[in-house]
Design a protein around this ligand. Sequence first.
Ligand code: HAM
Length: 425
Amino acid sequence: MEYKAQRGTIDILPKDQNIWSFVQDQCFETAKSFGYRYIETPIFEDSRIFERTVGEDTDIVEKEMYTFLDKGGDNISLRPENTAGVCRAFIENGLHNETLPSRLFYYGPMFRYERPQSGRYRQFHQFGIECIGDSSSDNDFEVIKLAWSIIKKLGIKSTKLHINSLGNKKDRELYISKLKEYFQKYLKDLPKVDQQRFEKAPLRLLDSKEEATINISVDAPKTLDYICKDSKIHHDNIINNLEILSNSDSDFKYKINDKLVRGLDYYNKTVFEYRSDSSGPQGVILGGGRYDPLIKILGGPDTPAVGFAMGIERIINELKKVDFNEKNRLDIVIVVLKDELRINAEQLSDFFRSKKLNTIIAPRRSVKAQFRFANNVNASLAVILGEEEIKNNLISIKPLNSRHEQIKINNDDIKKIRSLINSEE
Ligand code: HAM
């Protein structure tokens, strides 16, 4: 075929809709249950928003942004992430004048020109949480716990929270100088890409994928040894809460990971990721942290914030691994025995839909072909409509997934229909 989807992009087909909406529903419901409210921002923004916040020397800004001049000559980028966009919207719409913290969540496509591989795409989806306007460690714990609630609800097993603290700006400068001092000794042993990182973004050496660098990093200085008292207390408070959570929930596991620095520049104090046991990029299913300096960098008032974003494609890969049981979303196909009765089928289908039963009327074909259609579209029930049924306000029902016999019931007995559907799932 002449035309193909762009490398690193995928079509989300109707057959996968169940799993996608399941994930989205769990994310939205959990966020709302924690008092978060939905926000939607544009897919493209002024490029400078990302340059100033995510950081000019990060891989994302340096190599991965879809940046172009539009027809009016403005330099814009497809969003590679949405924390910067949400903060831009927060300032522009005066949300800082409302009661703080502002608890916000979003969902949508992000764009990064990365080398595609399993779990790494050029267009991918994130669900994200931003809690803006409170510097307390309680909020860091809240977003970490919210993420955990989603992971539990989705039924994803074997994940572990990795957490670290980068301290404040001054701590980070001190730490970077110590890190450079350490790596200086091994500079000629580092692969070329990491020699460049050493110059431009030394923190990134800690999440290098190069074996030589990984080995050298083992004895590198630890951020936690260089953070100030305030950052240390902040970090310890979170760890205390995590300890309590892991005592009350044996599935919850965490690790203080002194190599965790994250690939975006705006973080201070807390950084965290949830990782599954899948290897490679697939394994990091969500990442986040505190980003107190960001809103001021964008021209807003000094406003602390913390949040995370979850990679939906990675979550779906995890669910497919544990054999996600796709629930049948089509409840009923109405099989019409005579074409003259199609008008009655229309009324009946409207009645079912008003009761939230997903219903299709089978196409004008032979009765046998209509049943075949009902099976092929994976409906739970065939509802059969003939003259006899209409005369007596009845319907005949044939459950399609089990060996249950065909039965006749009143045409408004929704309770019975629902129980039949449930026993088919
Ligand atoms: P991030 O770590 O760049 O953080 O991305 C968050 C998550 O998005 C990753 O953990 C991963 O699951 C998913 N992801 C990233 N890149 C790709 C890709 N190319 N293909 C598939 N999935 C991907 C952020 O974006 C921050 N804005 C998170 C945040 C929110 N921090 C504070 N608030």
